[in-house]
Design a protein around this ligand. Structure first.
Ligand code: PGA
Length: 252
């Protein structure tokens, strides 16, 4: 069995000044959880990265940035480079979150470029894929996932260390969660796409589910054979709720 990863994504929320208290509360909430049974990560706004890294260690939580630029330096106002991230001692990033694809024109090609650059630099990317509601209703879910995954698979190798997050866009921030069966169907499909090219990688690849995950639905999702964790937006903002979700994940 793959060890589950419970990842939070704060998006553009919380404040740097609240970060120490968040980790104090998270530490309390997950005190006693067997950390051999679950990994935890939080993707925080860039200005909080250093503070989060300092305090997250107490809660045994990895820290990630929410996006990364594929170039090492240059005139790219507002962007974060891999050397900037590494200098902070952080080696995880989200790539291609649907909000980045939707509002900042990220494409399969830019997601692939970012994935390639991070893997080459020893940064662990969590690459996000998922269909919109219109695509699902038009029966195109599998076509979309295949297209998104093939762009990623073109730049990885059998021993690459990365994670995939399946996040159906219609379930993000809407309170609409995919059913356990819908999640499992998509995850099994993604794993099969990976297995066609890299069978051993497919076996160890963690595929997280994202879209309105919280403590009340985490266990049903994690019981699915191809669901290896979660990427949690809204419900990661409250450390007690996030901690409860982590605890429940450790006991599935
Ligand atoms: P949500 O967001 O949990 O608020 O639906 C998930 C995500 O976008 O990663």
């Amino acid at each position: 069995m793959r060890k589950p990863l419970i990842a939070g994504n704060w998006k553009m929320n919380l404040l740097n000044s609240k970060v120490p208290a968040y980790f104090t509360d998270l530490e309390k909430a997950i005190h006693g959880v067997d950390r051999k049974k679950v990994d935890t990560l939080l993707a925080v706004p860039a200005p909080f990265l250093a503070t989060a890294r300092e305090h997250a260690q107490r809660a045994g939580t990895l820290i990630a940035t929410q996006t990364i630029h594929e170039k090492n330096d240059g005139a790219f106002t507002g962007e974060i480079s891999i050397p900037i991230l590494k200098d902070l001692g952080i080696d995880w990033t989200l790539i291609g979150h649907s909000e980045r694809r939707q509002y900042y024109n990220e494409t399969d090609a830019s997601v692939a470029a970012k994935t390639k650059a991070t893997l080459a630099a020893g940064i662990h990317p969590i690459v996000c894929v998922g269909e919109t509601r219109e695509e699902r209703e038009a029966g195109k879910m599998k076509d979309v996932l295949k297209r998104q995954m093939e762009a990623v698979l073109a730049v990885v190798s059998a021993d690459s260390a990365f994670t995939v997050a399946y996040e159906p866009v219609w379930a993000i921030g809407t309170g609409l969660t995919a059913s356990d069966e819908q999640a499992e169907e998509a995850h099994a499909f993604i794993r099969a796409i990976v297995a066609a090219k890299f069978p051993t990688l497919a076996e160890r690849l963690r595929i997280l589910y994202g879209g309105s995950v919280k403590s009340s639905n985490i266990q049903g999702l994690l019981k699915q054979p191809n669901v290896d964790g979660a990427l949690i937006g809204g419900a990661s903002l409250d450390p007690a709720e996030f901690g409860k979700t982590v605890s429940l994940a450790a006991s599935v």
